[in-house]
Design a protein around this ligand. Structure first.
Ligand code: ZN
Length: 334
């Protein structure tokens, strides 16, 4: 191979220098690499969106064990035609703005990144049929706050039940919310999704698929290959895929959603209490004088949150709700 031959060459002429500084194999530079967006991942194959076309790719060796996930902005080389049978290579992952993680389950400390670069986590919950599961909502909120994503409660089937009971639980946390109902318009939801990347999360039967289909009516045509890969309802290793919302990103509409068909709940073993409270700056400020290692939970003897409540500086309901989230972190999902 010519590479090996030139290595010998270099070794010969550079021998004296080799002792002080080990010769490193020259890495190729990827000046000709193109930017692409990861749409979905399936068994080591990555579906990318590149210049409006769908391209299949694999990880190139220089990436090593570095993960590539849905929402990642990557640089690719090789056959980026997107033609049948073509396979491009991902050579670089652009630093991520945000990462949404999950631990496989609470006893398993292995944490995985599910989605990169999202802005918002939309927790889709039916108000009835099936009944809302506040513990699952709490856990989704913890994952969102930990990841630095804005949460949004999307309450479906408002024609079947009044949202007030459920909202009372979340109002003191200041979680944004909206309701939808069968046959109702989705203008408010579209407005909240416009111009950003939102992860949609919801258990089966809550109407998430209906929302996704209504938001992206031509999803099947635009990303036919993606659907062929993920096959909605079919069991695959794929747990998320990215869809572009219709509309101009700079004008009304636009934005991206990440559907998560395979994800019903979050393992949260990776979430640290000191990180969670940072999502609530007002409460965080009140914990400045907490004893070292205080988790700010109910059973902490000298937590600043209790003092703040006693002195009327903190809303007791807000503190209580924050502590409920803290507990949701360590509870089992089911
Ligand atoms: Zn504390």
């Amino acid at each position: 191979m010519s590479g090996r031959y030139s290595d010998h060459d270099v070794e010969h002429y550079d021998r004296p220098r080799r002792r002080t500084r080990p010769r490193t194999k020259e890495r190729p530079t990827y000046d000709d690499a193109e930017d692409a967006l990861v749409v979905t991942v399936d068994r080591g194959r990555f579906t990318l969106l590149l210049d409006g076309r769908t391209v299949l790719a694999m990880k190139a060796r220089p990436l090593g064990r570095k993960g590539v996930v849905v929402g990642d902005l990557v640089r690719v080389v090789g056959d980026t035609s997107g033609d049948d049978g073509s396979l491009a290579r991902i050579v670089e992952v652009t630093p991520r703005r945000t990462v949404l993680r999950r631990t496989a389950d609470d006893d398993d400390p292995v944490e995985r990144v599910i989605v990169a670069n999202a802005d918002q986590l939309v927790v889709v919950t039916a108000l009835a049929d099936p009944e809302p599961q506040p513990r699952l909502i709490d856990r989704a909120l913890v994952a969102a706050y930990d990841a630095g994503l804005q949460p949004l409660l999307c309450l479906t089937k408002s024609d079947l039940a009044d949202p007030e009971t459920l909202l009372a639980t979340y109002r003191s946390l200041g979680v944004p919310w909206l309701v939808t109902r069968k046959g109702g318009d989705l203008d408010e939801l579209r407005g909240r999704l416009a111009g950003r990347t939102s992860v949609l999360l919801g258990s089966s039967g809550v109407g998430k698929s209906t929302l996704v289909n209504a938001l992206v009516p031509d999803a099947g045509r635009d990303v036919g290959r993606v659907n062929a890969v993920t096959g909605r309802g079919r069991h695959t290793s794929t747990s998320a895929y990215l869809l572009q919302l219709p509309g101009d990103v700079d004008g009304p509409g636009g934005g991206w959603i990440v559907d998560t068909p395979g994800i019903r709940s979050f393992g949260l073993a990776h979430v640290q209490p000191e990180h969670l409270i940072e999502a609530f700056p007002d409460l965080d400020e009140m914990t400045e004088d907490c004893p070292r290692g205080c988790t700010h939970g109910d059973d902490e003897p000298e937590c600043g949150l209790d003092e703040a409540v006693r002195e009327g500086q903190a809303d007791p309901l807000r503190v209580q709700s924050f502590r409920r989230l803290l507990e949701a972190r360590s509870e089992s999902a089911y």
